[in-house]
Ligand binder design. Structure first.
Ligand code: GTP
Ligand code: MG
Length: 279
């Protein structure tokens, strides 16, 4: 009994409790995002260093639902969340009840430490850009401060420098994206030999560790993540229902806001026309 008390006092005096909670926080949540077919799942498998997510060449989307996998990297517990193309505007039709996007929230709560925006080298298209805008609409514009642009098909660089590729590309939208993400980018050849792939994961993890340090270890969170955290006592189904409901309500407000802006613009236009006619 006495021994146990001394041990507890020691714990407090030396801050062991804080140390323990810091250890509990040695977790990094990485969320893979991007349009369909950019090789998100293969990139997730490279990070996990095993074939965990279904990844194959297909004319239609392969990943249909969010899924997580975990591994150790240095002293970190790394959690990877693979997603279907959840963020493009077209998704609204495929996920009308917001269930899949709700699952994404619940699986990444209390928020990701980094969002990996996956795009194929040499193929940054309008669709990639729409997916990126969707990510910002979903998590908030501040997510750019947590984003890393991950290029797949690194082998197409043929040994050249990624930084130089980004600097020299005539794709202005891509240059702007990388700049918006603080210049954080790296490249993966998911078909490379084990050692080479590990080195690529190392490059990514260095960027993620820097992000984690820059944000004092805190994940990127928002109001909905806070709500998700208060639902701990509910069943999984009920939690999903509540989060999906919130997402739907947020969307309705955004649509109403859009219509208001459109209505105001039309009214101003009509008034201006009237002014011109009456002059
Ligand atoms: N050459 C090459 N092929 C790759 C690379 N990464 C993945 N692939 C191949 O690309 C194909 C599609 O990869 P996925 O990981 O399923 O792509 P995804 O983005 O998850 O696709 P969806 O789930 O449909 O959105 C697979 O056949 C992979 O083997 C890479 O770096 N280089
Ligand atoms: Mg996939």
């Amino acid at each position: 009994m006495g021994g146990r008390k001394v041990a507890r006092d020691e714990e407090n005096a030396y801050g062991f409790q804080e140390f323990r909670s810091a250890l509990q926080e040695s977790r990094l949540r990485l969320l893979l995002a991007g349009r369909s077919g950019t090789r998100k799942s293969a990139t997730g498998n490279s990070i996990l260093q095993r074939k965990h997510f279904l990844s194959r060449l297909a004319a239609t989307a392969v990943t249909r639902s969010c899924a997580t996998g975990s591994c150790r990297w240095a002293s970190w517990d790394v959690e990877v969340l693979d997603t279907p193309d959840l963020f493009s505007p077209e998704v609204a039709q495929a996920d009308p009840g917001f269930e899949e996007r709700g699952r994404c929230y619940l699986l990444s709560a209390p928020g990701p430490h980094a969002v990996l925006l996956v795009t194929q080298l040499g193929r940054f298209t309008a669709q990639d850009l729409r997916a990126w805008r969707g990510v910002k609409a979903f998590f908030g514009a501040g997510i750019a401060a947590r984003a890393v642009v991950v290029f797949t098909r690194r082998e197409d660089l043929e040994g050249g420098s990624l930084q130089q590729y980004v600097r020299d590309t005539d794709n202005r939208a891509l240059r702007e994206l990388v700049a918006e993400c603080g210049g954080r980018c790296c490249a993966f050849d998911n078909r490379a030999a084990d050692g080479e792939r590990e080195a690529q994961v190392g490059e990514l993890m260095k960027l993620v560790e820097e992000l984690e340090r820059d944000h004092g270890g805190a994940p990127s969170t928002n109001d909905l993540y806070h709500v998700a955290q208060t639902l701990g006592g509910l069943s999984r189904k009920e939690r999903l229902h509540r989060v999906a409901e919130r997402l739907a309500a947020g969307r309705a407000v955004a649509v109403a806001h859009g219509w208001c802006k459109l209505g105001l613009a039309a009214l101003l236009g009509a008034l201006f026309l009237l002014y011109l006619l009456c002059r």
